[in-house]
Each structure stands twice: as structure tokens, then as C-alpha cells.
Ligand binder design. Structure first.
Ligand SMILES: Cc1cc2nc3c(=O)[nH]c(=O)nc-3n(C[C@H](O)[C@H](O)[C@H](O)COP(=O)(O)O)c2cc1C
Length: 198
């Protein structure tokens, strides 16, 4: 059953461009996008993109350059919001980019904020959960945490851009990751063509 609803978490790992691009594409492809942005993600976006995500007067026009009425920013401390409950049906969750701290909390069931609670709900309800970590190198603790989330049913889709499409810009390069995230949650994308055999 598809509901047309997707939950998206954005954390303070490097890669704010992936979040910006993915939310834009998800908003075009889904009926509703429920967005949870960590405080650290706001700081990293300011550093990397020079964009201010004003959580008090949130506007997709300001953050994404386009006005999406179907993107709903949720308070990351509010557990009374629908995606915090398994009874609220949706098509899954993407955490992009996913910090190692958030991956560790999800791997260990520490639902101490709305983002990690929503991820916990996805795992217990057997719904798609895609984590997009950006870190290098990975220590043994990180590897074990990522293994644990895989074992629990999540997809680990590291932010490793592909070069075989001959990207001409940073935006093209970021698209190679965003396209794979779209595919991982069953959303159509047309900006990176499927690989065709010669
Ligand atoms: C500029 C900057 C870049 C960062 N990049 C990463 C990163 O790539 N991966 C990561 O796991 N943490 C990274 N961090 C550290 C996280 O922001 C930090 O662990 C934070 O506690 C994550 O919190 P959150 O998961 O609640 O957003 C970065 C921090 C800063 C300031």
C-alpha cells in the first residue's frame, strides 16, 4: 500500500547539498514530506551552503528556492506528532545525510528525539528506512552500528558519488547520490538515466 507520504530526517553530517536536493525531489514525487531537521544540521547547512534554515519561520522557498506546500517541518522534540507513532501510515523514511551519532542512536534504539523515534518506528513496523551516512574512515564502532541497522532491516546507502556518468559539476555529482536514494525508497527519478549495456 502506497500512501504518498515520506518522512525525511536531516542531521549534522557533511552533505547538506544531498538533503537540499533530495527534499526538493521528494516534494515533487510525494504527496507529503514530513521533515525533521536536527540543530546540528542547521549549522552544517549554513557552513556548507551558506543557506539559513530558519526553523521558526520555515520556508521551502528560502531553503530550496521553490515553494512546496506539501513539505511539513516537524519539531524534533515533539513526540506528539504523527510519524512518532506506528499507527500513522507512511511509505518509509530517509535520513540524509546521516551522522554517525544518529546512526549509533538508531542502531541502539535510543529514541531521544523525533528523528530517532521515527527511525525506530520504521524498523518496528518493517517499513523502508534508508540511512545515508557521510563519514570517512569508519571505525569499528561505526561499522558495527551500520551492520546492526542493516540487520534490523534498514538500507545503508553511503554518500559515495558515482563518476561513470561523467558529472560536469558538483550538482551533477550530488545527483548521482540523490538518484540512488530515490530508487531505494521506490520514487521515480529521471535526472540520472539507468545504465544501459553497450
Ligand atoms: C562542518 C561539520 C561537518 C561534519 N561532518 C560530519 C560527517 O560527515 N559525519 C558525521 O558523522 N558527523 C559530522 N559532523 C559532526 C556532527 O555534526 C555531530 O556528531 C553531531 O552531534 C551530529 O548530531 P545530529 O546527528 O543530531 O545532527 C560534522 C560537524 C560539522 C560542524
Amino acid at each position: 500500500m502506497r500512501t504518498g507520504k515520506l518522512v525525511v530526517g536531516v542531521t549534522g553530517a557533511s552533505g547538506a547539498i544531498y538533503a537540499q536536493k533530495f527534499v526538493r525531489e521528494a516534494a515533487r514525487a510525494c504527496d507529503h514530506v514530513y521533515l525533521v531537521i536536527s540543530t546540528n544540521a542547521v549549522d552544517v547547512a549554513r557552513t556548507e551552503l551558506g543557506t539559513e534554515i530558519d526553523k521558526k519561520r520555515f520556508s521551502t522557498l528560502q531553503w530550496l528556492g521553490e515553494d512546496f506546500r506539501n513539505v511539513h517541518l516537524l519539531d524534533d522534540k515533539d513526540f506528539f506528532t504523527p510519524p512518532a507513532s506506528g499507527s500513522f501510515l507512511h511509505d518509509g523514511m530517509v535520513v540524509v545525510p546521516c551522522s554517525m551519532g544518529t546512526a549509533a542512536r538508531i542502531a541502539n534504539g535510543i529514541s531521544d528525539n523525533l528523528l530517532t523515534r521515527c527511525a525506530d518506528v520504521c524498523l518496528k513496523e518493517k517499513r523502508p528506512l534508508v540511512l545515508v551516512p557521510r563519514e570517512m574512515p569508519w571505525n569499528l564502532i561505526m561499522l558495527r552500528n551500520l551492520t546492526a541497522v542493516c540487520e534490523a532491516g534498514a538500507t545503508v546507502l553511503p554518500a559515495c558519488p558515482a563518476w561513470y556518468t561523467s558529472p560536469q559539476s558538483l550538482s551533477d555529482l550530488a545527483d548521482t547520490v540523490v538518484a540512488r536514494i530515490m530508487q531505494a525508497v521506490g520514487l521515480e527519478q529521471s535526472f540520472i538515466p539507468e545504465w544501459q549495456a553497450e
